[in-house]
Structures are given as structure tokens and as C-alpha cells.
Design a protein. Structure first.
Length: 257
């Protein structure tokens, strides 16, 4: 059903000749415009013209990617299904309202017709023309609107069926979009949790690294203190030796006298 509705949209917007593009654009991912042109057996410019006409109504989305070898940009396209369905429903909704109004007028008003020229007009217009046909001059007769009303009601019921079918597809598309949205939210939440976990691990590693550096510093301080105390002790001994030498030298001088 969806495929038929999308083809109908392309026919309304571009024309019957562009209908095959609907099957290519009805894809979960964006399609390369050169692939579309190749499959349709038309030039890239003709393909772009069709796509731009559909894009003017906001029924397709596109992304562009740069060709690393050639350096130019290539566009990728796909249908925005929900917008397409809402667009088509609006068209049928207007038709429905127009037909409902016409049926109401047929039931409430009187219409006159020229049997020879098949020209129809409302009573006010017929009165202004003295109930005579402008083309042939024949007298206008009252038209039996019962058959016309039946045809209009038949068309109205068909449009109502089409609108109901579109509503079903709209609901389906909304549900699928909601599922995609939920998946994206879950994916984002998982990514968030991973980042949090990675941040926790990073903090732990940083904390351990800082603790190691603190330990190293304290060890260095202790070892440096020990080294300084060892250096100081021999200095004291040397001082004592010097004082002893001085005393002995004094004693020697006294003996000589």
C-alpha cells in the first residue's frame, strides 16, 4: 500500500513519467543520485530536476559527501515517509471537503441546464439570463441532480477509504519512527554510561599515579635525610682530631722552653 501511495505522490508532484523514482527513494538509507540516474536510464541533470521538484515540497531529505579522488560533492536522497503521507492526506482532505460542499449545494440549490450545449448553471445565474442559453438561445431546463449526487457520494466514499488507508500508514510510520527514536536514546545512554565508566577509570588511574608520585617523594626525602646525617658525623670527628692536634702542639712547645 505504501509503495502505491508514494508513486501517487510523485505523479501528483512531478508527473506520471517520474513515477519509477518512488521505488528507489523508498529506502531506509539515502541513495546515491548517480545510481538513481543509472537505474532510471536518464541523465544526472534530469534526475536532479525531478529530485528538486519533490524537495520543494519537503518530501525528501538529502546528504552530501565529498569524493576524495575527484573532489566534487555527490548527493544522496531518500523519502521522508511521514511528510509524504501527511502531504497526500492533506490533498485528499481538501478533495473530501470540496465534494462534501458540492453535495450539500446539490441538495439545497436548484440547477438549470441547456440540453443542446450541456451548459449548467445555478438558479440565480439562469434567472439573470432569462432562463435562456447564451450559446444557442434554447430554453434552460431544471436539472435532476439525483444522479450527480449519487456519483459525488460514490467518489466521496472512495476518498474516505483512501484517507483511512493513509491514516493507517501514518500510524505505522509514527510507530517505526518512535522505535528508531527509542533505539537512538538507548544508544546515547549506553554511550553516556561508557564515557562515565571511562572517566571513573581515568580518575582511578590518575589517583594511583598521584599516590605513587607522593610515595616516591616521601622515599626520596627519607633517603636524602639519611645521607645528610651521615655526612655531618665525619665532620664532627675531624673537628675533634684538629682540637687534639692543637693541644699536642701546645704541649710540645712548653717542653722546649
Amino acid at each position: 500500500m505504501l509503495d502505491n501511495l508514494l508513486r501517487e505522490i510523485v505523479t501528483i508532484v512531478v508527473g506520471k513519467q517520474a513515477e519509477p523514482i518512488a521505488d528507489l527513494l523508498n529506502s531506509g538509507s539515502h541513495v546515491n543520485e548517480f545510481i538513481i540516474a543509472k537505474k532510471l536510464d536518464v541523465t544526472i541533470n534530469q534526475t536532479r530536476n525531478i529530485l528538486y521538484k519533490i524537495s520543494n515540497f519537503g518530501l525528501v531529505s538529502s546528504i552530501r559527501k565529498k569524493d576524495k579522488k575527484k573532489g566534487w560533492y555527490t548527493y544522496f536522497w531518500k523519502f521522508e515517509i511521514l511528510k509524504c503521507l501527511e502531504f497526500l492526506r492533506e490533498i485528499y482532505s481538501k478533495k473530501f471537503d470540496e465534494l462534501t460542499q458540492e453535495i450539500r449545494e446539490r441538495n439545497e440549490k436548484r440547477f438549470y441546464v441547456c440540453e443542446r450545449c450541456n451548459i449548467e448553471m445555478e438558479e440565480e445565474e439562469a434567472l439573470a439570463k432569462d432562463f435562456a442559453c447564451e450559446e444557442c438561445g434554447d430554453l434552460l431546463t431544471v436539472k435532476d441532480s439525483s444522479k450527480v449526487i449519487k456519483d459525488l457520494e460514490r467518489n466521496l466514499s472512495k476518498i474516505k477509504e483512501k484517507m483511512d488507508a493513509i491514516d493507517v500508514e501514518i500510524e505505522k510510520e509514527k510507530i517505526s519512527l518512535e522505535k528508531i527514536k527509542l533505539k537512538e536514546i538507548k544508544k546515547a545512554e549506553k554511550e553516556k554510561e561508557k564515557k562515565k565508566e571511562a572517566a571513573k577509570i581515568a580518575r582511578r588511574v590518575k589517583k594511583k599515579a598521584s599516590e605513587k608520585t607522593v610515595k616516591k617523594k616521601t622515599v626520596k626525602k627519607k633517603t636524602s635525610k639519611k645521607k645528610t646525617t651521615k655526612k655531618k658525623t665525619p665532620k664532627k670527628k675531624t673537628v675533634k682530631k684538629k682540637t687534639v692536634k692543637k693541644k699536642t702542639s701546645k704541649k710540645k712547645t712548653t717542653k722546649k722552653k
